[in-house]
Design a protein around this ligand. Structure first.
Ligand SMILES: [Zn+2]
Length: 251
């Protein structure tokens, strides 16, 4: 009897060690892919890579990231899957222009010269004095993960004299939706590349970072872009208005 118990304990121990090792390798690989993704975003921004090369590099890194996840355990996608990304706000009071601010036409993630599109929703907070604090509570407003996923890249060091437009941003990959979500103009980022987040987890505090978002004319908001990967692992913008409207509101 004792032998049997010891035998089982031994097997369990081996299992848990190999499980842990695999987990570790998994996260090492993910961090490599995160670094590649980050470098690619920087190269596109600095125009040191052609749009065609950037497209191929993006496909490679996204296929690598896709291969790290098994989608068998994904839950059904219905409105309960989504959490409204602005803590304590109702979608209808916060989504800019009743959703009419979404314009996907002309969008090209790989070409900095492609202008005029806004394949995103701007989600506003009450901040008339533009101090990044909610006028009702005098507290920061939390940015919550709209869906679960792994944090792929963050910018945490935007400076107020910078001409870069995204400010402090976060890219998250959701393996179940097979999509990337970009959250821009944050004040403080509270996640790191490689980290898993659940829908509704705090990922940032809303802010005014980014060249345009920092201007007086711009009310404080979160810019949220949703890019579905197509069968070639290329990003296609999707209008998430209906998901935003029906999402769960969290304190
Ligand atoms: Zn925007």
């Amino acid at each position: 009897m004792l032998m049997t118990v010891r035998g089982i304990a031994g097997i369990l121990l081996i299992f848990s060690i190999s499980g842990w090792t695999n987990e570790d390798k998994h996260s090492d690989k993910i961090l490599d892919y995160c670094n590649s993704f980050r470098q690619l975003q920087t190269d596109i921004r600095d125009c040191v890579i052609t749009p065609d090369s950037a497209r191929i590099a993006f496909q490679n890194v996204m296929r690598n990231i896709q291969s790290e996840f098994n989608r068998d355990s994904c839950q059904a996608i219905d409105s309960s899957y989504f959490v409204y990304p602005v803590s304590n706000y109702r979608p209808r009071e916060s989504i800019g222009g009743k959703g009419k601010g979404y314009r996907a036409r002309g969008f090209d993630l790989f070409d900095m010269n492609a202008k005029g599109s806004h394949p995103a929703h701007d989600l506003f907070m009450r901040d008339r004095d533009q101090d990044n604090l909610d006028d009702r509570t005098w507290l920061p407003v939390n940015v919550l993960a709209f869906t679960p996923g792994v944090v792929i890249a963050t910018e945490t060091n935007w400076q107020y004299d910078s001409e870069l437009r995204g400010g402090n941003w976060i890219w998250i990959y959701d393996p179940c939706l097979d999509a990337l979500i970009y959250y821009a103009h944050n004040n403080i980022i509270e996640v790191q590349p490689g980290q898993w987040v659940n829908a509704g987890d705090k990922i940032a505090e809303m802010g005014r970072s980014g060249f345009n978002a920092a201007q007086k004319r711009s009310p404080t908001h979160l810019h949220m872009m949703f890019l579905q990967l197509d069968s070639d692992a290329l990003p296609q913008p999707v209008d998430t208005y209906e998901w935003l409207i029906k999402a769960t509101i969290k304190e």
